[in-house]
Design a protein around this ligand. Structure first.
Ligand SMILES: Cc1ncc(COP(=O)(O)O)c(C=O)c1O
Length: 368
């Protein structure tokens, strides 16, 4: 019926004139590999989000950032990382890359974020770390989970792939873990085509992570002086993608503020309809709504209705424990099941024009 469906997510790039001129300058500079521009991007990222207590490492994907973080947790055979099934698969696949086992905990059925009580219940002698996902850009219960991690001497990883710019008590998400990761994949809030950032608290770990990013070599040392001790990968960011990243950092505030403005209108419409529910956000926290959450018992019917009016809506992800590779199919995760049954995501970002936004608002207000 509608030729031009409104997409749920959309690639955002800097203005063509600015981007192409900067890109072509770097493309023909002779310095296209990891270099000065990557390190500038790391510094700018750190400054922009006030990650002063962290060392910043740019890599070629969020998955690479996760893999390095999990490797640094010193996983041995049989070790477990507690994680959420409500996420994109890379959060959990990278645990397997690092040789660990995924132990799925349950989530809050209204947010899809890890339930601290379930996290604590799942701790055993094999647990090494907890990975929190700020699902959709809605901040997770970091304070409680951080306390649990401290009590049991576990590493804490924040997967902030959906949540660049979200805040917990006035601090950006990513400011709480031993490690935090971001993704700049195609449809994330900012894209570098592909890319990621790993934040690392501990300086020693940072030095090791830098080597893991580059085959196990110390890049600043001559090859003849290098001796590889730990297995590394080719996980570096290059100057071309870093050029895009640097420009994107100038846009992120504007993009997030549009999502927040749209979200406020949707939240109001949802509040007026007893058949729908918003995901709650704690008073001092701020979501950036990379995905906008709508909860309803009739989520499939609401998705169908929105699709009929040319609005793309869906559940986006599946509960990760359905994948046989995790060996966790038969878990009894009531919060996850309830969240997955009720959730749908609707377009909320900068590409949503007022007329389409009004169509969504009308549908939300009147859905029975
Ligand atoms: C929650 C989450 N974590 C990690 C990743 C991995 O990021 P990337 O695609 O950059 O490897 C993604 C992206 O798909 C994600 O959504």
């Amino acid at each position: 019926m509608f030729k031009n469906k409104i997409p749920l997510l959309k690639v955002s790039l800097p203005k063509k004139k600015i981007l192409i001129s900067k890109l072509s300058k770097t493309l023909y500079s002779g310095n296209i590999a990891e270099g000065k521009i990557v390190y500038e991007f790391e510094k700018n990222f750190q400054k922009k989000f006030n990650y002063i207590n962290y060392n910043v490492l740019a890599v070629n994907s969020g998955t690479a950032a996760l893999h390095i973080a999990y490797m640094l947790c010193k996983i041995k055979k049989g070790d477990e990382i507690i994680s959420s099934p409500v996420t994109a698969e890379p959060t959990n696949i990278a645990i397997l890359h690092a040789g660990g086992r995924v132990r799925f905990a349950d989530v809050n059925p209204l947010t899809g974020n890890l339930d601290p009580k379930s996290v604590e219940k799942n701790i055993n002698k094999n647990t090494r770390a907890i990975c929190i996902v700020h699902y959709g850009g809605y901040p997770a219960e970091v304070d409680k989970i951080k306390k649990i991690a401290k009590k049991y001497k576990l590493y804490l990883i924040e997967d902030c792939a959906h949540a660049l710019g979200a805040k917990i008590s006035n601090k950006f998400v990513g400011s709480f873990g031993d490690f935090s990761i971001f993704s700049f994949q195609a449809v994330k809030q900012i894209t570098t085509i592909d890319g990621g950032i790993l934040l690392i608290k501990n300086k020693k770990f940072y030095k090791k992570a830098k080597r893991i990013r580059w085959f196990g070599l110390t890049k600043s040392l001559a090859r003849s002086k290098n001796r590889i001790k730990d297995l590394g990968y080719k996980y570096n960011m290059n100057n071309i993608t870093a050029v895009i990243g640097k420009l994107q950092l100038k846009q992120i505030n504007k993009l997030n503020s549009i999502s927040i403005k749209n979200a406020r209108l949707f939240e109001k419409a949802i509040k007026s309809n007893p058949n729908l529910q918003n995901s709650p956000i704690a008073k001092n926290n701020k979501s950036v709504y990379w995905l906008f959450n709508v909860l309803t018992k009739n989520s499939l019917r609401l998705i169908k209705k929105l699709n009929y009016f040319g609005i793309e809506a869906s559940k986006v992800h599946v509960l990760n424990n359905i994948h046989p590779i995790f060996n966790s199919n038969k878990l009894n995760l009531k919060g996850c099941e309830e969240f997955y049954k009720k959730i749908l995501h609707i377009p909320c970002g900068w590409w949503l024009k007022k007329s389409k936004r009004n169509i969504i608002i009308n549908i939300l207000k009147n859905f029975k």
